[in-house]
Design a protein around this ligand. Structure first.
Ligand code: ADP
Ligand code: MG
Ligand code: MG
Ligand code: MG
Ligand code: MG
Ligand code: MG
Length: 691
């Protein structure tokens, strides 16, 4: 998140009047930075991760585990401790790690939407060196250690995506606050659940106000043996009359067989793992944006970790759509529920959604991959074109700029400052798509960046490092081999929906491109000295056939491990036994790439442990966190097979996660914990490490 400016945040009726001005100034700021930075060259291939935590209270003798709302105190304690060394000896542990960045800046902690959340990033972005990849996991462990060091003894930073009982009746926060407040008007969570900085409650209130009703976050409930059917969410109160929005549930907001939630906190209170890559120039950035886009749903399914909402097992495994609904500010007209009168367009997606267009100048980007119905602001597009921007990028920004700014500070509206990007960022950073194309900041001090945003946070730093490193290696492979992942953007949308299904990683098929290899000669700058995995041969350019022939449905196992592995390991190269044609698989491609560059044995071994985790998650040899959590619940003696995740179950689940975290802090591997934490090996594998 960007810096939190202080000021007078306008309520929606006033903010709405300024929307046009904010957009107009935002576009001027965008053109300013675009003109300054479009020719930037040779930026380093830096990258950085973001890890988000829930802060929970837990003690053996307290039957309740709660969300701690002390984010501000914890951040203050962190900010006041400039050495960040704390009492726990966190820093020396990192220095013992291989390739330690002894002199590297310490991690940075950031506020997040939930008052029970923290975000941490490395103190400076990671470099291009392969050895640097081995610093990620120790740095993530360091961040967790430092965070814990600035908490109370009974507080813990944990990396579950969502708190299983947020919004359940009774007490789930420390301290306790009653519902319902004027900003969220939720019947399940108090206003105090949100970061009190004016930006956050304003965001929530103005989304509700713009929309004209509360957000509706309905998740299908998991139907177990004893789940009453049809199921009516027993926590919904139909008899509240405090706010006009209390009518929502009486007007059908809470349908049967869905867990019903009604506030931004149910979505934006989720934790994710994000990776930002800097490209060497804008062209490469646009290429990375497009090529990583079709991977989004695949990585969402692979990282699935969100099987519980509001104390009930859900029938979905990931957080994405719930966040999408939790910040959906579309009016009834934009939603298509009423004829257009005041709103400008019907808008098919929430402002938090999978991305809707491609932006690269790559000649392989066929017009058929784009959405012919993409909603854009034509006037804004024209202004960008007049300012010299090309059609494709202008289209992208003219699409983002169909949205209104939600939080507008009065003080920022006095004069346009072209040495800032605040108005541009206001719109840009509240378009929460699964990829983000980040222009350089106003001072042009860093390069064009691309952010990969769909992944769910994982329970351990080992896993989080594994997925971060995997994505870094994928970007290197894409650039080195000039891979082509293009499929029509609407198929990416469909895949995003598919990724939500329970166990999608094993049971579902995703649209994926059949042939990844370039049909044009590989660019020599990238490929000199290395061979492409298909023996250096690019397919000869042939006239383009129907787009539908370019992709087919594949399992995540086929996409990640390749068809040979997915068929049972015999790499016979033939498509004889299953009738399905061969697909090389992303992990084998990463391995070919690693074979083609110089990586020392130790580094290669460490990287292999990460790739192994991902390989086995894709094949089903290991479980996603979602499956592991479901297993814990299903086998808990208190569980009644009725989809209810009780206080006791919640406590034992969170307790297990805390134990895993403490064990991970003590060293590599999780040996010895299996007795205490059920099926830990199904989540993390054999704990085999290199050093
Ligand atoms: P946001 O929340 O807007 O995505 P953050 O500042 O929280 O942004 O995190 C962005 C990530 O990008 C961090 O991991 C940071 O280390 C990384 N980063 C910062 N500068 C660069 C850069 N020049 N190139 C690549 N990554 C960078
Ligand atoms: Mg951030
Ligand atoms: Mg952010
Ligand atoms: Mg964040
Ligand atoms: Mg409770
Ligand atoms: Mg981010």
């Amino acid at each position: 998140m960007g810096l939190l400016a202080l000021g007078t945040a306008l309520d929606w009726p006033d903010a709405k009047k300024q929307a046009h001005l904010v957009r107009a100034w935002g576009i001027k700021q965008l053109l300013e930075i675009w003109n300054k930075a479009k020719g930037k060259e040779r930026d380093a291939l830096l990258w950085g991760d973001e890890v988000e935590y829930l802060v929970v209270t837990y003690s053996d003798d307290d039957p309740k585990v709660l969300l701690s709302l002390r984010q501000a105190d914890i951040l203050t304690a962190l900010a006041n401790d400039t050495a960040l060394s704390g009492k726990g000896g966190c820093v020396p542990e990192l220095q013992d790690a291989p390739n330690s960045r002894t002199n590297a800046p310490l991690p940075v902690f950031h506020p997040e939407f939930g008052r029970f959340m923290l975000e941490a990033t490395p103190g400076k972005p990671w470099g291009i060196d392969f050895k640097e990849l081995l610093n990620v996991e120790p740095d993530m462990k360091l961040r967790r250690c430092i965070a814990k060091d600035h908490m109370l003894p009974n507080e813990y930073p944990i990396t579950l995506t969502t708190f299983p009982r947020i919004g359940s009746p009774g007490v789930f926060t420390d301290p306790y606050y009653p519902v319902s407040g004027s900003r969220l008007r939720s019947q399940f969570v108090p206003d105090e659940i949100a970061n009190p900085h004016i930006r956050f409650p304003t965001l929530a209130a103005n989304i509700r106000s713009r929309r004209g009703q509360k957000v509706q976050v309905n998740v299908p409930v998991f139907r177990d043996e004893n789940t009453p059917w049809p199921w009516k969410d027993p926590t919904v109160n139909y008899d509240l009359h405090q706010w006009p929005e209390d009518d929502d549930v009486r007007s059908g907001a809470a349908p049967d067989n869905f867990i019903h939630m009604d506030a931004m906190a149910f979505g934006m209170g989720s934790c994710c793992l994000q990776i930002t890559f800097q490209a060497k120039n804008i062209t490469e950035g646009r290429q990375m944006y497009d090529q990583l886009s079709p991977l989004g749903p695949i990585l969402l399914a692979l990282t699935a970790a969100t099987p519980i909402y509001k104390g009930f097992l859900a029938d979905t495994d990931v957080r994405w759509n719930q966040i999408s609904k939790a910040v959906d500010d579309r009016t009834r007209e934009e939603l298509g529920e009423e004829p257009l009168r005041n709103s400008r367009w019907r808008i098919p997606k929430s402002r938090y959604a999978s991305n809707s267009t491609y932006i690269s100048t790559d000649p392989r980007l066929r017009p058929e991959y784009l959405d012919p119905d993409l909603v854009i602001d034509e006037a804004i597009k024209q202004e960008l074109l007049d300012g010299g921007m090309d059609d494709r990028l202008a289209t992208h920004f003219a699409h983002l700029f169909i949205r209104d700014p939600i939080v507008v500070f009065d003080e920022d509206l006095h004069e346009l400052d072209l040495n800032k990007t605040d108005h541009f960022e206001n719109i840009q950073s509240t378009n929460w798509q699964h990829m983000r194309f980040k222009p350089p900041p106003a001072d042009n001090s860093i390069g064009w960046r691309v952010e990969f945003r769909p992944m769910e946070i994982q329970v351990t730093d080992f896993e989080n490092a594994a997925f971060a490193v995997f994505m870094v290696l994928i970007t290197r492979v894409v650039l080195s081999f000039d891979l082509n992942f293009y499929i029509p953007i609407q198929r990416v949308d469909e895949n995003m929906e598919t990724a939500h299904a329970r166990d999608a990683v094993l049971d579902k098929k995703f649209w994926f491109r059949r042939n990844l290899f370039p049909v044009r000669p590989p660019r020599s700058a990238h490929n000199s000295g290395s061979t492409t995995p298909n023996g250096g041969l690019s397919r000869p350019a042939t006239p383009a056939g129907p787009v539908e022939d370019e992709y087919r449905l594949m399992t995540v196992n086929e996409i990640i491990n390749g068809t040979a592995y997915a068929r049972g390991g015999e790499a016979d190269g033939g498509a004889d036994d299953g009738g399905e044609e061969d697909f090389p698989g992303l992990i084998p491609l990463v391995e070919s790439y690693l074979d083609s560059v110089n990586v020392d044995v130790v580094t290669r071994c460490e990287l292999a442990t990460y790739l192994d985790l991902i390989r086995k998650r894709a094949s089903g040899e290991l479980w996603t966190a979602a499956k592991w959590i479901r297993h814990l619940v299903a086998n808990h003696p208190e569980y009644q097979r009725d989809s209810v995740v009780s206080e006791e179950i919640n406590k034992d689940l969170v307790g297990a996660v805390i134990k895993i975290g403490e064990r991970e802090q003590k060293g590599k591997g999780f040996q010895g914990l299996e007795g205490e934490v059920p099926e830990l090996r199904m989540l993390l594998g054999a704990f085999r490490r290199c050093l």
